[in-house]
Structures are given as C-alpha cells and as structure tokens.
Design a protein around this ligand. Sequence first.
Ligand code: NAD
Length: 339
Amino acid sequence: MEKKRITVTFGDGIGPEIMRAVLRILQAAQAPLEWDVIEIGEAVYRRGISSGIPAEAWDVIRANRVLLKAPVTTPQGGGYKSINVTLRKTLGLFANVRPCKAYSPFVASAHPLMDLVIIRENEEDLYGGIEHQQTVEMTQVLKLISHPGTESIVRYAFEYARAYGRRKVTCMTKDNIMKITDGLFHRIFNTVAQEYPDIQAEHQIVDIGAARVAAQPETLDVIVTPNLYGDILSDVAAQLAGSVGLAGSSNIGREMAMFEAIHGSAPDIAGKGIANPSGLLQAAVQMLVHLGLGETAQRIENAWLCTLEDGIHTADIYREGLSLKRVGTEEFTDAIIER
Ligand code: NAD
C-alpha cells in the first residue's frame, strides 16, 4: 500500500514521551505512514518567534495536510500567542471534535454509560484575541459569531451524527442573554436541523446543559456549541469519563486536519515516564480513520481496549481493587504492542 505522508511534532513537557510511545505503536501496527518532524512550541518561543511556529514549519504542515501534534507549553506572560489558536485559524480548522466515552467497568467512571461527542466551533467566538483596554477601569473582548461559520459547524455536527450512527444533536448556547450572537447560532441550528429529520435536535441553555453533562451525560449524544462553551464542556466531559489523559481530538478543516490529545503538556509529571499516552493515541486513531486507514485504526483501538480490560493502567487511571498493574508510559506501550 502506498504510504501516506503526515507531519509530526513532539511538543513540550510530556509531549516527547507520549509521542514516542504513539509512533512506536503506529510502527508496530505497520501503519502505512511516513512522517516529517517539525519543531514548534517552547523552544521556538524562546528564540523570539512569538507565534511559536517557525516559517519553514508552515511549508511542511501545508504540504502534508495532516498534523499529529503533541501538547505544547504556552509560556506565561504577555507577547506569546497560543499555538493552537494560530494553527486552527491559519489552517481553517473550523471543527473541533472530542469524543468522551467511559470505559467502565475497566476504568473507573462516575458515569459508566456516558458516550458523547462534543463538536465545538473552533475559529470564532471569543477566541479571536481581539481585546482592549477601553478605559482605565474597563476592559473589552470581541465575541464574533458569523452565519457561514455557524452553518458550517452545525452542518458538520449533523453529518457526523449520521456518519457515526448517532441519534441526537443538542445545541448549547446562552441566547437568553446574548440574543444576537448566540441567538444567531441557535436560529441557524433550528434551520439546519430541518434538513436532518432522521436525527433528533434539541437546544439547551448552556448552564443547565453543563449541569446535564456533569450529572446525566448518558442522556446526551452529540453536542454542538460555540468555541468557549465547547472548550469548557469538553474538559469536564473528558474528566468525567475517566481522565483527561484518555481523550483525543480532531481539528478538521476543508483542506487540512490536526489531531491531538485534549490535555496539555503536564509539566508536573514531565520526564517521569508516567504519562498516559492514550489521549494522543486516540488522536492518532482518529487520524488513521481520516486518512482512510480504518483497518489499522481498528487494530490499534482493539489492542488498546484489550490493555485497559486487562487492568494494565497508568497512574492517572489506576485504582486499587480495579486495576491489576500500575505501569509507566513505556510498559503501557509495550502492553498495547503485545496485544
Ligand atoms: P494539563 O492538561 O497539562 O494538566 C492538567 C493535569 O492533568 C495535571 O495534573 C497533569 O499531570 C494531568 N495530565 C494531563 N495529561 C496527562 C496524561 N497524559 N497522563 C497523566 N496525567 C495527565 O493542563 P495545565 O497544567 O493547565 O497546562 C500545562 C501546559 O499545557 C500549559 O502551558 C498550557 O498552556 C498547555 N496546554 C496545551 C494544550 C495543547 O497543546 N493542546 C492544551 C492545554 C494546555
């Protein structure tokens, strides 16, 4: 089979450890992939490049169209731009897809039946970084919600639901307060929903919606929501499912796509060899599906599930009485490869 060429970046903190683990699994599964490695993140910021991404990296990302990215550290303090926001906006990655599923009874979860997908608008809302000091005592940020941007994400959510055999799409906004911006999102949702009579559509105000994510996530299926609410809800949902270390995400555009774990660079455990590589592995599985390599994706997913079922767990998901063996990143990776 002809090999597909992707771009890989090792990131910061636990990034290199978990990326090495994932590449080892991809190689062991004989995934027909070749990769170019680029450097982005902390070291690049320190060289004085405020975007954290050097010019030559952009050429590689654009040529290969698919990026597998480990988490990067955004240095504290002014002047540094978020690499993720820059990548999403520059590459037009309008849809952020985060499946959050419980792996009960093998991984402890407060909600054993939860299996939901959060589809978040990825370019607009409050993430434009357009902020200013209005007066000495007043600050302001611009919230942007567009008709084409909203229509794209809502349509993506319904198409996703159809493609993955899901039954319901729930839209979450705060349109009781932001009647024009969130109101537009809700109205477009209602219009697009009419084209998908086979899929149940509902709307919830995001505060009660968030309470439902926390208390009864098993009643939700696909959630579509503007950028900020999606950012918050998806971390809550991933943690409820078991651990932030378990979930991967796709950032999808019309021409490019980027796949990453949902968690950050975890500097508190970097270099200790204990990080869970599952989030990045889930992202790699989503990437294989995107590339049309479903069989390899399934082989890896099954080996990973089998490892969890056998009670071989990294520290973040290890529970006395439920897990059999607490392992580090390397041993967990070996166990997946063995299976
Ligand atoms: P974090 O997600 O890095 O860590 C939160 C907690 O979860 C920590 O206790 C950490 O040890 C634990 N954790 C995270 N991933 C884990 C894993 N794979 N295995 C085991 N435990 C894991 O969030 P943070 O501490 O708020 O952020 C650290 C840095 O990461 C910041 O610089 C932030 O800007 C950056 N960040 C990057 C991305 C990204 O690149 N996509 C996303 C979020 C945060």
